[in-house]
Design a protein around this ligand. Structure first.
Ligand SMILES: [Zn+2]
Length: 181
């Protein structure tokens, strides 16, 4: 051991929590938008498990760059500024905070509509009207994901209480393994 103090870790390297992700977590109040975990109180050990989930994922055209391309194709009459503003707003509506459980149990599900389709099916209108039309589809996807999570959590909670807790309590009653820290 040298006497030099360790340089403080740069938190911005945690990309699931800072940078692009920080705005998503701030919008959601640090609450999983699928199961509601984190709503009772702010807790560091839960907060650091939060992830950004795209309601429509990259494989279905849901990333910002893909949204921008689809909007420019569908609405060539909008100005560059209107297009980029609209793309950012739709991207904001397409990104939610999910806890690691919800993210891992839902993020690979394909959703019924591609972002490109949603945008191409949107009638001509003002940027606000276009936003409302596209995000109506996103609200349906969010509601379906919430139902899916509720169903899965009910089964997982039952197993946790009947099977997992007794085993974990038995383990904890034994002499400890080398503990972290
Ligand atoms: Zn969750």
């Amino acid at each position: 051991m040298s006497g030099e103090p360790l340089k403080e870790y740069d938190y911005r390297n945690c990309q699931s929590l800072f940078g692009y992700a920080a705005a998503v977590h701030e919008r959601s109040g640090g609450i999983c938008q699928l199961c509601g975990a984190g709503s009772a109180k702010l807790d560091f050990d839960l907060w650091r498990q939060l992830t950004v989930e795209h309601l429509i994922g990259e494989s279905q055209g849901g990333y910002l760059k893909q949204i921008s391309t689809a909007l420019a194709q569908r609405f060539p009459n909008l100005s560059t500024g209107e297009l980029s503003d609209l793309a950012r707003r739709i991207d904001g509506a397409n990104t939610i905070t999910a806890c690691s459980f919800c993210n891992s149990t839902t993020s690979r599900n394909r959703v019924p509509i591609d972002m490109g389709e949603a945008i191409h099916q949107t009638p001509d209108g003002s940027p606000d009207e276009i936003y409302e039309h596209v995000t109506a589809d996103l609200r349906h996807i969010l509601a379906a994901k919430r139902r899916d999570v509720r169903w899965k959590l009910a089964g997982v909670r039952k197993a946790y209480e009947s099977i997992v807790v007794p085993r974990l309590m038995d383990r904890r009653a034994l002499p400890p393994l080398d503990s972290p820290g």
